[in-house]
Ligand binder design. Structure first.
Ligand code: ISE
Length: 334
């Protein structure tokens, strides 16, 4: 039987998810949608044969909705997640889980009280074949213990409303999550360094920024987060271990010989670069909901990412490394 999914948010990413739930993956059907922009939501509803609702709360509580996808504006995430937990429905929430750590704690408390894992957070890199291969090599142990991660996160350019904090909460948050997942370790502290500024970025924006994190066992992670690379969307990651190093592969592209040059295409943005990861993420989510056992990133992972991002922002303001301080992990998430 098909899983009936209600989608809140029919902007760019919401429409992408509706398309993949309908045309790419198996076992799901989009039955209800809503968006702050009602006209767009109505058009999307018509296109996909779904029911249009005035509000996200109505989507969540609709009888034809078994599970919810939240792809709306970041500050609305927490409220919709809490409402979904209240109605006992599985919910996939695009990152970030919430915009404050306190809201994440409210979600954790509600989920623990419901005694059921209902929430998955959209950290799609965990579903990327390259990152999965990287994790496999680390976990095989043949390279010895990991010592360092060198990563970079480069966007071609940034949207006009992008802020200095969003470089951490919206972009760098992926490296915060994926490094923790690759190493299977928690963070001790973190710091943000600024470097000579790119004159092509908005004057109001600190860009680029360098994130530094240290795990409890002492592994050091450095990430260049650069919102104006000027040449494409480029994600790199190398894990240096005691006896070797392992690197994230570049996307598989043909080598073109043309005009006295050899070249490979570089993607323009994340929706193309991680398109397969998103597909796998949604297929696994639908399967796991059907089996009644979620396997993807949890509310706890969403919370830790949020606390770590807050810590990094604090460190940028204090100019010193700051400790990452979390609440005790509830047994429920162990
Ligand atoms: C964007 O919002 C995303 O979430 C992408 O995954 C990230 O790589 C990009 O930097 C963000 O702007």
């Amino acid at each position: 039987m098909e899983l009936k999914v209600g989608v809140i948010g029919t902007g760019g990413i919401g429409q992408e998810h509706i398309r993949r739930l309908t045309n790419v993956i198996t076992g799901a059907k989009v039955t209800a949608v809503s968006d702050i922009n009602k006209e767009t939501a109505q058009k999307v509803a018509e296109k996909y044969g779904a029911k249009f609702y005035e509000s996200g709360e109505e989507v969540i509580n609709a009888p034809e909705v078994d599970a919810v996808v939240i792809a709306s504006w970041d500050p609305t995430h927490a409220g919709y997640v809490l409402e979904s937990i209240k109605s006992g429905k599985y919910v996939f929430c695009e990152k970030p889980l919430a915009t404050t750590a306190d809201e994440c704690i409210d979600i954790i408390k509600a989920e623990v009280k419901a005694k059921k894992h209902l929430v998955q957070v959209g950290f799609m890199r965990r579903f990327d074949s390259g990152y999965r291969e990287l994790k496999k090599v680390i976990e095989s142990g043949k390279l010895g213990a990991p010592l360092m991660i060198h990563a970079c996160h480069r966007n071609l350019t940034h949207i006009p409303s992008h802020t200095t904090d969003m470089t951490i909460t919206n972009s760098g948050i992926h490296e915060i999550d994926i490094s923790r997942w690759l190493l299977d370790e928690e963070y001790e502290n973190g710091q943000v360094l600024t470097v000579k500024q790119n004159s092509n970025s908005s004057k109001k924006l600190l860009d680029p920024q360098i994130i530094q994190l240290k795990t409890k066992s002492g592994v050091r992670i450095d990430v260049e987060v650069n919102m104006s690379s000027g040449y494409g969307y480029d994600i790199q990651c190398e894990v240096v271990c005691e006896k070797g190093a392992v690197r994230l592969p570049d996307p598989n592209k043909v080598l073109v010989r043309y005009n006295c040059q050899r070249s490979y295409e570089i993607y323009e943005d994340w929706s193309q670069r991680f398109i397969e990861a998103y597909d796998i993420e949604f297929q696994e989510w639908v399967n796991s909901v059907k089996y009644n056992k979620l396997t993807g990133p949890s509310s706890w992972d969403g919370y830790v990412a949020c606390v770590t991002a807050d810590t990094l922002i604090k460190s940028r303001n204090t100019g010193a490394a700051e400790d990452v301080v979390t609440i005790d992990k509830p047994q429920f998430y162990k």
